[in-house]
Write a protein that binds this ligand. Structure first.
Ligand SMILES: [Zn+2]
Ligand SMILES: [Zn+2]
Length: 351
């Protein structure tokens, strides 16, 4: 089968013919219909993450936002069947530890990250193997297109986890979303669907226009004192602020724009400039009783909550998709992220 392989950090991915995956006894093989291209792929492609012992090895097949159809099922898997269309999380739980049993498989201590480690090749390929499939794989509701499924990928589910599960966002609250790439725009649409009053913050006019279409009540140009703009618009600060990018600047904006007892959610990962560390205004956190939260993916046991919103028509992940590309174009699209040249979510649909 064809697959896009990381052979040199920052160089074009190598499109290779490699062996088809075989299913482990606990796994399934999924024929990939669509796979989103994400800033996490961009971080991996650049070799980021060595500061957290999290650098993706050379030889890796990238791609972690697949949707597709099961084509092979392991001996021990009885709950899934060939022909089912499924969602696959990037953060794969073992399914048997206390963390997984308690519904937090996205942070399982034995987790495997699809497309980020040698044992778990990713889905920039015609087919992908998913381990511990009974825990990790969720059948999709009828009527959801493969492209919308891929857009749900890691970004939509992460935004859902961040807002609904971590920050306990409530209807009527002010939500500031700082950074309107894929996960940020997902948070804008979800926040609006949850009844929050959403402010979208970005440097890019096209991203802000898309955010307005997706339900942002107002947009804020990040070049022009965004903290003051948010404080003015919200009459004292946001209740919840989400840093969707992960730079020192966006982190500081999300902290500083909060009102007393506000909740900050960190979703974006840092790059070369910060290498995993940013400074914190600790006195301010104390004085104002600010909560600092992190969010990564969503436990597969919670996908049903999101599918309910989909079925009710309250969210539309497909509306975030701005481009469909082929496997051969993935490298160009990753390179475009260097200059923040990507608006919305781009999805590979031609393998
Ligand atoms: Zn586990
Ligand atoms: Zn992703």
């Amino acid at each position: 089968m064809r697959a896009a392989v990381l052979t040199e950090y920052g160089e074009p991915l190598d499109i290779q013919e490699i062996d088809d995956p075989e299913s482990a006894s606990h796994g399934v093989v999924v024929d990939v219909d669509a796979c989103g291209i994400c800033r996490s792929d961009w971080h991996a492609w650049h070799g980021h993450g060595e500061w957290a012992d999290d650098r993706v090895p050379l030889g890796q097949v990238l791609g972690h936002e697949p949707a597709g159809e099961i084509v092979a099922v392991g001996d021990e898997v009885t709950a899934r069947a060939v022909g089912e269309r499924v969602a696959v999380p990037f953060s794969l739980g073992c399914g048997s530890c206390p963390t997984c049993h308690n519904g937090h498989g996205n942070v399982c201590a034995n987790d495997r990250a699809l497309g980020f480690e040698a044992s778990t090749p990713g889905a920039f390929a015609e087919r992908v193997h998913v381990p511990n499939a009974e825990y990790n794989v969720t059948p999709l509701p009828d009527g959801v297109s493969p492209v919308a499924m891929a857009a749900l990928g890691c970004r939509y589910v992460t935004a859902y986890n961040a807002l609904a599960r971590r920050a306990d966002l409530e209807a009527g609250e002010w939500l500031a979303v700082v950074g309107c790439g894929g996960v940020g725009l997902s948070a804008v649409q979800l926040g609006a669907a949850m009844g929050a009053r959403v402010l979208a913050v970005d440097l890019d006019g096209a991203a802000l226009d898309l955010a307005a279409d997706l339900g942002a009540r107002a947009t804020v140009d990040a070049t022009d004192d965004p903290v003051k703009a948010i404080r003015d618009l919200t009459d004292g600060g946001a209740h919840v602020a989400l840093d969707a990018l992960g730079s020192a600047e966006t982190f500081r904006t999300t902290i500083d724009c909060l009102r007393r007892r506000g909740r900050h959610v960190q979703v974006g990962l840092t790059g070369e400039a910060e290498r995993g560390e940013v400074s914190l205004p600790v006195d301010e956190l104390t004085r104002n009783e600010i909560d600092l939260l992190g969010a990564r993916g969503l436990s597969p046991t919670r996908y049903g909550d999101l599918f309910d919103l989909l079925a009710g028509g309250e969210i539309d992940p497909g509306a975030l998709v701005t481009r469909e590309v082929s496997l051969d174009e993935v490298s160009d699209r990753l390179a475009a992220m260097d200059e923040y040249g990507v608006t919305g979510i781009e999805v590979v649909t031609d393998f």
